[in-house]
Design a protein around this ligand. Structure first.
Ligand code: COA
Length: 175
């Protein structure tokens, strides 16, 4: 998998049924329950794809799930919709992301987000989308995403978006 540089001993894999999903604990029950109970089922049905970051002991240090979706033209800020048609618009969805509690605060969340955005960007060569959208669970997590230029959707304080134009700039000029 092309992408961000990982610390030694870590590697990415597409989620498999035999990954130790049930041991994963980020401290956020919705994030843990998704990986434990739903991520594999949804991947099998081609509804979403989950990538796991494995440590040297084959434990899941973190994961993210991406999917495709649509938002209505009127849900996006005016600035983001200039010259776009007034209809449902395709988006990439960063549906879930979590770091194991043992590894939080060591930069893995940043790596997961960078890799998930790279996946979206590369997929955009084949399947067009106008923005990456995500729902955050609380204000802390919102601050985490806002470090990467994600902005609130008007009227939806916990739904954030990053336009394709911003994504492209980020991928071409990584900081
Ligand atoms: C939110 C989460 C993914 C962050 O991962 P992490 O590995 O701890 O974060 P990192 O160490 O990579 O930190 C990256 C930056 O974000 C900041 N950050 C990390 N967690 C943050 C939080 N909860 N609130 C605000 N800022 C945060 C860090 O200070 C750091 O900033 P810096 O680059 O200026 O130093 C992780 O804490 C987590 O999995 N939480 C539980 C699950 C969850 O809430 N998932 C998101 C909702 S789907």
């Amino acid at each position: 998998m092309s992408g961000v540089k990982l610390p030694q001993g870590f590697r990415w894999e597409r989620l498999r049924q035999d990954h130790p999903r049930r041991q994963f604990s980020s401290g956020q029950s919705e994030v843990d329950d998704w990986l434990r109970a739903k991520a594999w089922q949804h991947q099998k049905k081609h509804l979403s794809v989950t990538k796991v970051l494995l440590d040297e002991s084959e434990r899941i240090a973190g994961y993210y799930t991406v999917a495709t979706g649509q938002v209505d033209f009127s849900d996006l800020p005016v600035d983001a919709t200039k010259r776009l048609p007034r209809r449902a618009l395709p988006v990439a969805i960063l549906a879930w992301l979590g770091v194991s509690a043992d590894y939080q605060g060591q930069g893995l969340g940043r790596l997961l987000l960078a890799q998930s955005l790279r996946d979206c960007y590369e997929a955009g060569d084949t399947f067009a989308f106008v923005a990456v959208i995500l729902d955050c669970l609380n204000d802390d997590v919102k601050r985490f995403y806002q470090k990467w230029d994600f902005e609130e959707l008007p009227g939806h304080p916990y739904r954030l978006f990053l336009s394709h134009r911003q994504l492209e700039a980020m991928m071409k000029n990584p900081t």
